[in-house]
Design a protein around this ligand. Structure first.
Ligand code: MLT
Length: 247
């Protein structure tokens, strides 16, 4: 619990920078809009029980050999031999209900790995943005918005979401002071909020996914409030926050 009357919210553009921003008190929000955190939120909304994020394809393969349901993506493409890639549409329907799913992605699971020892790690996407911001404010703790980026480089869609969270939290509460990175992303979001899809038109990963005929994924991942589930990291796996609170 922060002891100053003013809470802090900041943004980290890449897992590579996380050592500079990390502290022991903040709640870390993992952001990978296209598409890891969007896919994770979708899986929980469709009934998944638990999601185990792993950093490497080899780890994912060892879980598959043990009989787990596994999703693996690299460079936007589903890895051969796994049930799922990283499309949110793969994580809809009965097949994920009550399942434990293992996933590894190019960037999103790396960010989770980087922040795994933080006070609290939660998953953010446009799909759960309102529920996430309401909960963050209720916790009255410092917040760090960790953008997964693309292979440790800045990417526009994660930055946009971090800006959207900063904007929404500023509208909901005056208790937070924005760090410079967070302020920059809030201004960025204010420029884009009328039409984020258009604003992202030439972003690298959006163009990459479009080349892979995944425009449907892009549109869905930019949709607000498709779920009120907040995935939280607990004992190395992602579960519903509600399950943690009632445990
Ligand atoms: C990631 O986790 O690196 C991204 O979401 C990649 C993708 O899904 O295309």
């Amino acid at each position: 619990m922060s002891d100053s009357h003013e809470l802090k919210i900041d943004a980290c553009f890449s897992p590579y920078l996380y050592p500079v921003y990390k502290d022991n008190d903040s709640i870390v929000v993992i952001i990978d809009i296209l598409r890891a955190t969007s896919a994770i939120c979708t899986a929980f909304e469709h009934g998944a029980e638990k999601i185990i994020p792993v950093a490497t394809v080899d780890e994912a393969r060892s879980y598959k050999e043990k009989g787990y349901m596994v999703g693996a993506e690299r460079d936007g493409v589903q890895v051969d031999g796994f049930e799922f890639g990283n499309s949110p549409f793969s994580y809809m329907g009965e097949k994920v209900k009550d399942q434990t799913i293992v996933i590894t992605t190019t960037n999103g699971t790396q960010a989770i790995e980087a922040a795994k020892n933080a006070y609290r790690v939660v998953i953010g996407s446009f799909l759960n943005i309102t529920a996430l911001c309401e909960w963050l404010i209720s916790e009255k703790r410092n917040i760090l918005l960790l953008c997964s980026g693309w292979k440790n480089k800045f990417n526009l869609e994660d930055a946009l979401f971090a800006g959207a969270v900063s904007e929404m939290i500023a509208q909901m509460s005056d208790a937070y002071k924005c760090g410079d990175a967070c302020l920059a992303l809030k201004y960025l979001y204010q420029m884009a909020e009328q039409d984020p899809n258009k604003f992202l038109k030439h972003s690298s990963h959006r163009e990459r996914l479009a080349r892979l005929n995944l425009k449907k994924d892009i549109k869905y991942c930019l949709t607000h409030d498709q779920t009120r589930v907040i995935p939280v990291l607990h004992d190395g796996a992602l579960i519903r926050l509600k399950a943690l609170q009632t445990a």
